[in-house]
Design a protein around this ligand. Structure first.
Ligand code: SF4
Length: 436
């Protein structure tokens, strides 16, 4: 399997692009995580991976999306991006996730990539603007991988993303990337309506046959202005997704990404571990893309980017509150704690719609990736080793007891009392027992 994967990478993509990935993301990315670990030991903080939403506009209207895609267009211009990337590079960063809206609607996107040949960019896109010409330009630049989202089969994709020809156009975008030998990924936000079609070996085989090099399964988060709780996965389905990912990693010649588990299968939140934070199209620095509150902005010229991260009491408190209360996703499990945090720091609503607090208050406690007693360790030794060194909790949860504060315990206890109640404290029980 590893040999097949190596052959695919060598023969199905442009070798120059493989080299750029290996050096700018692999080698330099590993160094940036190493620097992050050293900073944590000194009690200092700067996230090694920044995710930047460069524009809010999008041509699609996906169910459950939290971005203000229909609001007046806002984007981070090429100069602001260059300043941001330059300051992050000074801290040892070399990898940047680019999100939107739809990033390819940003008129200067390629110029941004071009200005930083020593960095690597992963572009989260619906793929519909990637024409043959754009794919050729991306190949020439060599420092970006498109990660194209497919949200279901033709019917489900069109339904989830609000238009009739979505699936066809997205598949054409993927094909344009593959025809130009780009290192191309496909991601899916798993939910009730696509799990049976896309969390399957047939789908993974289809991606391999097409020439796709990696896939990324997210779990749909119930959040934003129009949350769809009926699309949310049950704890059993989330466990099924984890088992599938571990299985495919050990079996198929394709990279499979998920961002919620360490090498032992113990859950974590990448924002709580300090691995990443997010910058929105208005320049606000948010804990992560779905938590739309901020106290700092990249456009504030009175401080350096380093000072903004090192001195941010809001982000520090955010990480500590998550670390103390759950290894899962705070917005799903404990929206009440987020609400307290936002109020305590006077963090501003960083959306255009200005209803984020009300949305937070409407959320209910639900489970996330954290499912104590149901850990699924990595079977593939490559992922085991990589995660052991570069993707784990870096000790940030050490000493915390989540048994009375995280959703699995609270929900297992079926308490109708407030989530902080100390009467009849909730306890963790494995998923199997929860079903009884
Ligand atoms: S808070 Fe939830 S959505 Fe945000 S990074 Fe953590 S796990 Fe992901």
């Amino acid at each position: 399997m590893y040999l097949k994967m190596a052959k695919r990478v060598l023969f199905e993509t442009d070798k120059r692009l493989v080299w750029k990935l290996a050096y700018n993301f692999g080698f330099k990315g590993a160094l940036s995580v190493h620097k992050h670990k050293k900073r944590l030991k000194r009690g200092e903080f700067f996230p090694p991976f920044l995710y930047i939403s460069v524009i809010n506009s999008c041509n699609l209207r996906c169910q459950g999306c939290w971005v203000d895609v229909a609001a007046k267009q806002e984007k981070i211009d090429v100069e602001a991006m260059s300043r941001l990337i330059k300051e992050a590079k000074e801290m040892g960063n070399s990898f940047f996730g680019i999100l939107g809206g739809e990033p390819f609607m940003h008129p200067q996107l390629l110029e941004i990539l071009e200005r930083h040949p020593d960095c690597y960019f992963q572009i989260f896109t619906n793929g519909q603007f990637i024409t043959d010409e754009i794919a050729k330009k991306l190949r020439k630049l060599g420092n970006a991988t498109p990660l194209i989202s497919v949200e279901g089969n033709e019917i489900i994709s069109n339904q989830r993303r609000g238009r009739n020809d979505v699936y066809e156009k997205t598949m054409q975008g993927i094909q344009n990337c593959l025809d130009n030998k780009l290192l191309t990924g496909v991601c899916t936000s798993l939910c009730k309506s696509n799990i049976d079609d896309l969390l399957t070996e047939e789908w993974v085989d289809k991606l391999i046959d097409m020439g796709v090099m990696y896939t990324w399964y997210h779990i749909y988060r119930v959040a934003g202005p129009e949350p769809n709780p009926e699309l949310a996965l049950s704890p059993e389905e989330q466990l099924r997704a984890r088992k599938f990912v571990v299985e495919m990693r050990a079996k198929k010649p394709i990279g499979v990404i998920d961002a919620y588990f360490d090498h032992n299968g113990t859950a974590l939140c990448p924002a709580a571990t300090g691995l990443s934070h997010h910058i929105n199209p208005w320049g606000d620095i948010e804990p992560c893309p779905v938590i739309q509150f901020a106290t700092d902005s990249i456009h504030d010229e009175s401080k350096t980017l380093k000072e903004k991260f090192v001195q941010s009491e809001f982000l520090k408190d955010f990480r500590e509150v998550v670390q103390q209360n759950t290894r899962g996703c705070i917005i799903l499990e404990r929206p009440d704690l987020l609400e307290n945090l936002v109020k305590k720091h006077g963090a501003k609503d960083s959306t255009a719609r200005k209803q984020a607090m009300q949305e937070l208050q409407n959320l209910e406690t639900r489970t996330s990736q954290y499912s104590p007693g149901n850990e699924v360790p990595e079977k593939s030794f490559v992922y085991r080793i990589a995660k052991k060194f570069f993707f784990n909790d870096f000790g940030v949860y050490q000493g915390a007891d989540h048994s009375q504060t995280a959703a699995p315990g609270i929900l297992a206890n079926k308490t109708s009392a407030p989530v902080n109640s100390s009467d009849d404290p909730p306890h963790f029980i494995p998923l199997e027992a929860m079903k009884k």
